[in-house]
Each structure stands twice: as structure tokens, then as C-alpha cells.
Design a protein around this ligand. Structure first.
Ligand SMILES: Cc1cc2nc3c(=O)[nH]c(=O)nc-3n(C[C@H](O)[C@H](O)[C@H](O)COP(=O)(O)OP(=O)(O)OC[C@H]3O[C@@H](n4cnc5c(N)ncnc54)[C@H](O)[C@@H]3O)c2cc1C
Length: 288
């Protein structure tokens, strides 16, 4: 199927993209196109104008500063997976990016497009929720920063307004004695997460000084598993303690479970503790 007609604009800067969005109400931003183009072709979206931000240099790249990794919105999944800085400071993010789709998707898809699209089966929202990432947004009133809990608002819904541009994702760099990991049960065709679990652990002398855990795929937005985190805090990072803590994962999900012909909501909830256990085990090993 072909997309409905639209006007195409290519922005050379964030400022120009914002001007184009203001001049063309309802316009959609185009980054890697791996979610937007299918929507246009299926006519699930039919904007009058598309603003291509794909060549804006200031939105590309990864830098390290102020204790955080700053990842430009146009940085591709392949670039994140290959980045030495991400592999050193946010292993779970590199691990998730390396498992997205296939090489074509990883070479075109961007972190900004991935989180702005906010598909519940996407990998990066889950990891970014567990790692305590913040999102830098350029909007009509200037720049603002949003925490993951405020950014992801529902099924394919974020805090981004019609005239907002996500410019960067900021991930606190892990200190020594910390480790993180991401594991997922992939859909066999698309590789999207049926269930994905991300964990970050800080350990001192084999004792858990802090853990953060998030699960995606089972609910509209990634769930922070406060029960698991509380059960592990202050405990020895043993296999038994991790298994006991992970068993609580489903209790944080609430009643609005996602299901489809491939996996029911109840199945996703039942299998999630297994993936949480695996993510915690890998994160604890990396924490040292
Ligand atoms: C076959 C296939 C398999 C896939 N498998 C996986 C998978 O296993 N795991 C996974 O996580 N993802 C998967 N994806 C999704 C992929 O990861 C892309 O990241 C995702 O499609 C969107 O990124 P994009 O850069 O292509 O964004 P686009 O398609 O260009 O844009 C997506 C949406 O985000 C908006 N947008 C884009 N950039 C910005 C910005 N900077 N600020 C504000 N809004 C913005 C656009 O307007 C649009 O609404 C898959 C995609 C395909 C086609």
C-alpha cells in the first residue's frame, strides 16, 4: 500500500525543525523511518507534512560528561551497541540495542524514534526506565528534562507535545561495583520483546546496596518492579536471594496486562520473573 500524499521538508537544525513543526500543524517528524513509514503506508497515519530530521548533526552521537552518557536522539541502535562508552557505563543499554530487530533495523532505527514511538514491545524504554535515564526535550517554551516515569505515559503515548523534539537521552554512568543487564523473550519473527527485563545492581562485598528493575512487554509502559528492588536491598547477592526477589515481579504489574494471539497477558506475567531473575543474575555478576 502507498502512503497518502504529504509534503516533505528536510530540517538542517533543531531550530529549523521546530519552525517547520510550528508552520505545519499535525506534521510528523521522520528519523530512521522504521516505525513511521509503515504507519504511513498502512494509512494508520496521514499527516499533511513530514519533517525529516535525519541529517541534523547536533542530534547525532554519544558523549560522556557530568557522570552521565548523553546520547543524541538520532544515534542508531547499531552505534549504541558498538559504543565503548555505553558498553562500559550502561551495559544493559548496549545489550538491548544489539538485540533489536535485525541489522537493517539497527542501522536505521534511532534511540529517539524508538522511545518517541513508545511501543510497549520496544526494548529501550524498559532499559531506560531501569537505568534512571532522563530525556531532553526542545519545545516551544525552551528545553526541559523529563524522567522516564514521566516520559512514558501509556500505549504509544509519551509526554512529547506536537511541537516537541526529543534531542537527547541521558543515562547515569554506572560507578564501580555496579552492573546492569537486559534479557528478553523475543518474538520469533520481529524480535520485539514479548517480555523484556532490565536490571541494574550495585553490590559491595557481595551485598546488594541497591537494585533497580524494570519489565516491558506485559503492560503499556515499562513497570518498575519496586517489590523486587525492596526484596533484594541489603541482601547477599546469592542465587537464592535473587530467585526469591525475582518471584515478586508480577505483583508490580497491576491489572492492565497486554496480550495477543502470541502470548496472553497472564502468560507474560507468569514468565516475567524468569527474565527478571536472569537479568539480575547477569547484572550482579557484572557488579563484581
Ligand atoms: C522489522 C522491525 C523489527 C523491529 N524490532 C524491534 C525490536 O526488536 N525492538 C525494538 O525496540 N524495536 C524494534 N523495532 C523498532 C525500531 O527499533 C525503531 O527504533 C523504531 O522503529 C523507531 O525508530 P526510527 O528512528 O525508525 O523512528 P521513526 O520511524 O522515524 O519515528 C517513529 C516515531 O517517533 C517520532 N520521532 C522520531 N524521532 C523523534 C524525535 N527526535 N523527537 C520526537 N519525535 C520523534 C516520529 O515522528 C514517529 O512518530 C523494529 C522495527 C522493525 C521495522
Amino acid at each position: 500500500m502507498f502512503a497518502a500524499d504529504f509534503e516533505y521538508y528536510r530540517a538542517g537544525s533543531v531550530a529549523e525543525a521546530r519552525e517547520l513543526l510550528a508552520a505545519h500543524p499535525g506534521a510528523k517528524l521522520l528519523a530512521g523511518g522504521h516505525s513511521l513509514i509503515p504507519l504511513l503506508k498502512l494509512r494508520l497515519a496521514a499527516p499533511a507534512a513530514v519533517v525529516d530530521i535525519g541529517r541534523i548533526g547536533e542530534l547525532h552521537g554519544i558523549s560522556n560528561g557530568g557522570g552521565a552518557l548523553h546520547i543524541g536522539a538520532l544515534t542508531t541502535h547499531a552505534e549504541i551497541a558498538a559504543s565503548a562508552a555505553v558498553n562500559a557505563g550502561a551495559e544493559a543499554l548496549a545489550e538491548a540495542a544489539s538485540q533489536i530487530g535485525d541489522p537493517a533495523v539497527r542501522n536505521r532505527g534511532t534511540i529517539g524514534g524508538n522511545v518517541a514511538h513508545a511501543d510497549p514491545a520496544s526494548d529501550l524504554p524498559t532499559v531506560l526506565a531501569a537505568l534512571g535515564a532522563t530525556f531532553t526535550v526542545s519545545g516551544p517554551d525552551g528545553e526541559r528534562s523529563l524522567a522516564a516515569a514521566d516520559f512514558f505515559q501509556g500505549m504509544m503515548a509519551t509526554a512529547l507535545g506536537e511541537h516537541d523534539i526529543l534531542t537527547a537521552v541521558n543515562v547515569p554512568a554506572a560507578g564501580s561495583g555496579s552492573g546492569s543487564a537486559y534479557v528478553k523473550f523475543s518474538h520469533p519473527a520481529s524480535r520485539y520483546a514479548v517480555v523484556g527485563a532490565a536490571a541494574a545492581v550495585t553490590g559491595a562485598g557481595g551485598t546488594c546496596a541497591g537494585a533497580s528493575v524494570a519489565v516491558g512487554g506485559a503492560t503499556a509502559v515499562p513497570v518498575r518492579c519496586a517489590s523486587v528492588e525492596a526484596a533484594l536491598a541489603g541482601r547477599a547477592l546469592s542465587a537464592d536471594a535473587i530467585a526469591a526477589a525475582a518471584a515478586a515481579a508480577g505483583s508490580d504489574f497491576g491489572d492492565d496486562l497486554l496480550g495477543d494471539v502470541f502470548a496472553s497477558g497472564e502468560y507474560r506475567k507468569a514468565v516475567a520473573p524468569v527474565y527478571v531473575q536472569r537479568a539480575l543474575t547477569a547484572a550482579a555478576e557484572r557488579a563484581g
